[in-house]
Design a protein around this ligand. Sequence first.
Ligand SMILES: [Zn+2]
Ligand SMILES: [Zn+2]
Length: 152
Amino acid sequence: MARPDLADLTLCPCGCGGVSIGKGLTKRGHVPYCGTPRSGADRPCHICQGRRNRAKGQRNQALTHRRLGGEGPTPHDEESARPYIVEVCIMPEAKTGDSIPRSWDRFIGGEWFRRALRQSERAAPVGAGVLPAVSLRGEYVVVDIRPVREGR
Ligand SMILES: [Zn+2]
Ligand SMILES: [Zn+2]
């Protein structure tokens, strides 16, 4: 493989240590893959990491939106978010007692899930009969089907 011409190398100005080979800087002024091993960076870049996380979050929201039957543009903020009316035919396999792994109780009772569920509750119109739910990676939706107030 030919060695890259030194003239093609651009060191990232953010100080991450990353290098661009022949591609220059992105329009935001960092090298491609800034702050990651792919650019040879030895330090993370919080600006680029934050931007990548937001982009990933938006792709995930769009996927969830489509899979729940949403039409039109994906709502990206709490003001534009609306509950989904989803008609599904489900065949539940009802589990209880010791056959349920401990990891489920840790997950469902854990701070991460409870906080996510509270966010859902806060986003829903009061008294609208909306079930709080948490969607994960556009793959699963955990819906709280308990009657209101019970155990909450
Ligand atoms: Zn950088
Ligand atoms: Zn960066």
